[in-house]
Design a protein around this ligand. Structure first.
Ligand code: MIC
Ligand code: SF4
Length: 644
């Protein structure tokens, strides 16, 4: 039987396991990326593992998240990352050079290669037919050292695209339609592969918008074929030699398929507070808008920005609206200036922010109280914008721009003919903001500079024979890592300072959690389905570990978060009968006799609720490798044990 795109790339990188869906496989990783909010931790772990020079074909450290410098912390972290990168063979993309996924697509992505990044939107590279996957920083550090990356062999969802997008309908609407149909859990354990005659109507940046937001489906990654459009993109980037054709075999079989007729799509919006809460913009038309934000790794390509500039040309942003524009990369920014489009944006009253994540991660530009914010971003989780009661809608650049002018939610299809934009013939190719590492000979003499904000990483605890601990916190379905470990301008500077970060853990759900967890010494969390969706931040495991959390019991887990929990020695257990979650209440005294033995070899373990007398069977869904990590109290401990 023929192979799909993912199966071909996996076959070419398979180190262990067999390609049967659901089985653990090990992959060789060609490239890695980190960003600053997760990178500091990843490099501290790289150093702790004693890795001198990275063994990947290419590793890049970006600074794009923590760019507001309201104190020394972020600047210190940038300096640490710059020096640690130079020391260990990693390229450094300086602050101001752009958002990691956008820059990586432009300057480094290669069809057919594997990439892991300490950021959940690493699948953006799938727009180039590169297998990009989000991972915890520790997994990225291991890959930089030449280690294998483990995933569950995914099932393949084939998404057949037919037809062509109608005027004013955007690539964003394709992925919002997929989210509407599959939901935020719909991609768990799967790769989405796009095929069909609609594919060739989409440019690489449009494809990258789609693969970027595959992360919101919980998918392992998303892929488009590498075809003439891919060659065209790489040629513009002066990298045509990186191109090779990759298509699925004609008889490739998908485990599931869905068809999207591009010509039938309409402008869509994801309503608060979930990317799958999708409605047609026409149903929202007329709703007053307070803020519009354009940019992020989802929608900040040259094409997107030129479209926005053309819509704004000669107009002024409505008096009730504050509009921000953050170009995705310095390449885009410079070309906006060269083409004059920047003047159109400035003249219309856009507040131009630097090329970085910015408002997407709450790094400034938080909306007013109860504010309605239209964003071209990928996540609208509660409080992520920095304003707890803000209502964030995710839309295309087209919807964002026409609404910014109208001052109300506006369906662009009612606005006459869309603007025509033409990309510049030649692109501005200047990598002067990407620093090469020191040569291996000079590397040992590079001094790694650390600031006082870097605090020791908490170390996991090997599980005891019996775990007895209170149920410290009970939460519902689809809890995101933004709930567990919020981000934003106030908190992000402490990403390398776990004790300080811990003061904010789960405070979106319960402000008393950090205090109660600390007081209890050890604790257990109970969650619902898709626990830990969203970001790859391993802080959502590290910080609960610091607060004494030893196990999380949930109906199901998001892929990256489950791997992070295991890496730091917190045991993720699942309910056999999801209804059993209702039998547990916060404050109950829980007991798991035979806990350690069960981790070593059990499929199930019984949870005793000593407060109510309930007995609840739980599943341990681990591979042999994961059991070993958990028994050691985490991957760092295991690595140390093995070195001894
Ligand atoms: C996000 O979009 O949530 C982030 C911020 O980029 C995260 C990484 C982080 O928390 O540092 C992600 O997507 O993994
Ligand atoms: Fe940055 Fe937002 Fe993209 Fe995350 S989703 S990498 S915060 S732009």
């Amino acid at each position: 039987m023929g192979l799909t795109l993912a199966q071909k790339i996996i076959r070419d990188h398979l180190v262990s396991g067999t390609m049967r869906p659901g089985e653990e496989i090990g992959l060789r990783i060609d490239q890695t990326l980190t960003q600053d909010a997760t990178g500091t931790m990843a490099y501290l772990q790289l150093e702790a593992m004693g890795i001198e020079q990275v063994k990947t074909e290419l590793s890049v450290a970006y600074v794009d998240h923590n760019t507001l410098q309201a104190g020394f912390e972020n600047a210190d972290d940038h300096r640490y990352i710059r020096t640690v990168a130079a020391r260990h063979g990693i390229r450094f993309s300086r602050p101001g050079n752009g958002i990691c996924h956008q820059v990586h697509l432009e300057r480094f992505g290669v069809p057919g290669k594997t990439l892991i990044g300490s950021d959940s939107h690493t699948p953006t590279a799938g727009g180039l037919c590169m297998m990009g996957m989000g991972a915890g920083g520790l997994d990225v550090a291991v890959a930089m050292g030449g280690g294998t990356y483990y995933i569950t062999m995914p099932r393949i969802i084939g998404v057949r695209l037919t037809g062509r997008l109608a005027p004013w309908v955007s690539a964003k609407d394709i992925i919002l339609e997929v989210l509407r149909r599959l939901g935020v859990k719909g991609g768990v354990g799967a790769v989405l592969e796009y095929y069909g005659d609609g594919v060739e109507t989409l440019s690489v940046p449009q494809r990258a918008t789609v693969t970027n937001m595959g992360a919101e489906l919980g998918a392992t990654t998303s892929l488009f074929p590498s075809d003439e459009r891919t060659r065209e993109f790489l040629a513009r980037e002066g990298r045509e030699n990186a191109w090779r054709e990759i298509r699925p075999d004609a008889d490739a079989a998908y485990d599931e398929t869905l068809t999207i007729d591009l010509s039938a799509l309409v402008p869509l919006a994801a309503c608060p507070h979930s990317p799958d809460n999708v409605r047609p913009v026409s149903e929202l038309a007329g709703m007053p808008v307070d803020q519009v934000c354009i940019g992020s790794c989802t929608n900040s390509s040259m094409q997107d920005m030129l479209t926005v500039a053309a819509i704004l040309r000669g107009k002024t942003v409505a008096p009730n609206v504050s509009l921000s524009v953050s170009p995705g990369s310095r390449q885009v920014y410079a070309m906006l200036a060269q083409t004059g489009a920047l003047t159109d944006l400035i003249a219309a009253g856009a507040r131009i922010l630097e090329c970085a994540c910015g408002p997407c991660i709450g790094m400034g530009f938080s909306p007013n109280s109860g504010g309605i914010s239209l964003r071209t971003f990928n996540r609208n989780f509660e409080a992520r914008s920095g304003t707890k009661d803000a209502q964030v809608y995710l839309v295309s650049p087209e919807v964002a721009a026409v609404s910014a002018v109208a001052g109300v939610f506006c369906d662009p299809t009612t606005c006459g003919a869309p603007p025509r934009v033409t990309l510049p013939q030649t692109f501005d190719l200047d990598d002067n903001m990407i620093l090469p590492p020191a040569s291996p000979e000079e590397a040992p003499s590079v001094e790694v500079l650390r600031g006082p904000n870097i605090k020791p990483i908490p170390v996991g605890v090997a599980p005891a024979e019996t775990l007895a601990a209170p149920l410290i916190l009970k939460v519902g379905d689809n809890i995101t890592t933004d709930h567990i470990m919020p981000a934003g301008a106030k908190i992000l500077p402490y990403r390398s300072n776990v004790p300080k970060l811990s003061e904010y853990c789960f405070t979106v759900c319960d402000p008393t959690f950090p205090e109660r967890a600390k007081r209890a010494g050890e604790g257990i969390i109970v969650g619902g389905a898709n626990y830990g969706q969203g970001s790859s931040r391993e802080h959502a495991a590290l910080v609960p570990l610091y607060l004494g959390i030893r196990a999380v019991i949930a109906k199901s887990f998001a892929r990256i978060h489950k791997a992070n929990l295991i890496n730091f020695g917190i045991v993720p257990l699942t309910f056999i009968d999801p209804a059993d979650a209702d039998r547990l209440a916060e404050g109950d005294a829980l007991r798991l006799p035979g806990f350690r033995r069960a981790i070593a070899e059990g499929e199930t373990v019984t949870l005793y609720d000593d407060t109510t007398g309930a007995e609840i069977p739980l599943r341990l869904d681990f591979t042999a490798r994961e059991r070993e990590i958990l028994l050691a109290g985490g991957l760092l401990n295991l690595t140390k044990e093995r070195n001894l």
